[in-house]
Design a protein around this ligand. Structure first.
Ligand code: 5RP
Length: 228
C-alpha cells in the first residue's frame, strides 16, 4: 500500500518533466519509482539527461535507460525530483536516512525547481518529530562533532549498517541526531553547518518548491507560498 502511494507520487511528478530537460535524480525507494517511470518515458521517446544523487540512483538510471550527465557539463538543473524522510507544514525537510544527503543537497541547490515526492506518512506538524537529523561528518572529526551536538542537546549516534559504521558515497560517516522538534530549521541548518568537520546536514530548509504527497484519499500538491 505504502509502496503504491510512493509510486503514485512519482508518477504525478512526471508532469513537470519536459523534453530536453536536465533532471536531478533523487535517492531512496520513492525516488527509485520516479527513475523507473522516467526510464519508461525515455523508452517512449522523451529526451532528458539525468544527474544522479548517489551511486545507487546512477546504477538504476542506467539500467532503465535514463541517459546521465554531470554537474560539470550541465551546471544548471531544470527540475529535481527526490524523496524525503519528513516534510513540515512549511515545506521544510529532513532528508538523508538513505545516506545521500550531501549530493542531494548539492543537486537541489543547482536546480531551478525541486519537487519532493512522499507518501502521507512523511507529513509532519513539527519537523524533527518523526526522523533524526542526519549529519555527514569527515571521519577524522567524528568525536569532536558528536561532542558539540551533544552539548546542544539530544543524542547523536553514529549510523551503522550490518554492525559496521555506515560510509557515505563521499567516504564520510553519518551521525543521526535525535533532537527535539525543530522550531527554526533555517537557523539550525546554518548552526550545524558551522561546526568544523561537518560536511552538511539533512535539514533542507527553503528548498522544496512543490511537495507531492500521495494519500489514501488522493494526491495532495503542496506548493511553496500557498498556505505555508
Ligand atoms: C536519501 C533520502 C531519501 O529521499 C529519503 O531517505 C526517503 O527515502 P524513501 O523514499 O526510501 O522513504 O533523503 O538520502
Amino acid at each position: 500500500m505504502m509502496d503504491e502511494l510512493k509510486r503514485q507520487a512519482a508518477i504525478a511528478a512526471l508532469d513537470a518533466v519536459k523534453d530536453g530537460m536536465i533532471v536531478g535524480l533523487g535517492t531512496g525507494s520513492t525516488a527509485a519509482h520516479f527513475i523507473r517511470e522516467l526510464g519508461s518515458r525515455v523508452r517512449g521517446g522523451l529526451r532528458v539527461q539525468g544527474i544522479p544523487t548517489s551511486e545507487e540512483s546512477s546504477k538504476l538510471a542506467l539500467e532503465v535507460g535514463v541517459p546521465l550527465t554531470t554537474l560539470h557539463d550541465q551546471p544548471v538543473i531544470d527540475v529535481t525530483v527526490d524523496g524525503a524522510d519528513e516534510v513540515s507544514e512549511g515545506l521544510d525537510l529532513i532528508k538523508g536516512l538513505g545516506g545521500a544527503l550531501v549530493r542531494e543537497k548539492v543537486v537541489a541547490h543547482a536546480s531551478n525547481y525541486v519537487i519532493i515526492i512522499v507518501d502521507e506518512s512523511k507529513l509532519s506538524a513539527r519537523l524533527g518529530s518523526k526522523a533524526p537529523v542526519p549529519v555527514e561528518v569527515v571521519p577524522f572529526a567524528i568525536d569532536a562533532v558528536r561532542g558539540q551536538l551533544k552539548l546542544w542537546g539530544g543524542e547523536p549516534k553514529i549510523r551503522e549498517r550490518e554492525g559496521k559504521p555506515f560510509v557515505s558515497d563521499n567516504g564520510n560517516l553519518i551521525l543521526d541526531w535525535w533532537h527535539e522538534p525543530i522550531d527554526q530549521p533555517i537557523a539550525l541548518e546554518k548552526q550545524i553547518k558551522g561546526v568544523t568537520g561537518v560536511v552538511d546536514s539533512g535539514i533542507f530548509a527553503n528548498v522544496a518548491g512543490l511537495v507531492i504527497a500521495a494519500t489514501s484519499t488522493g494526491i495532495r500538491m503542496l506548493k511553496r507560498g500557498e498556505n505555508n
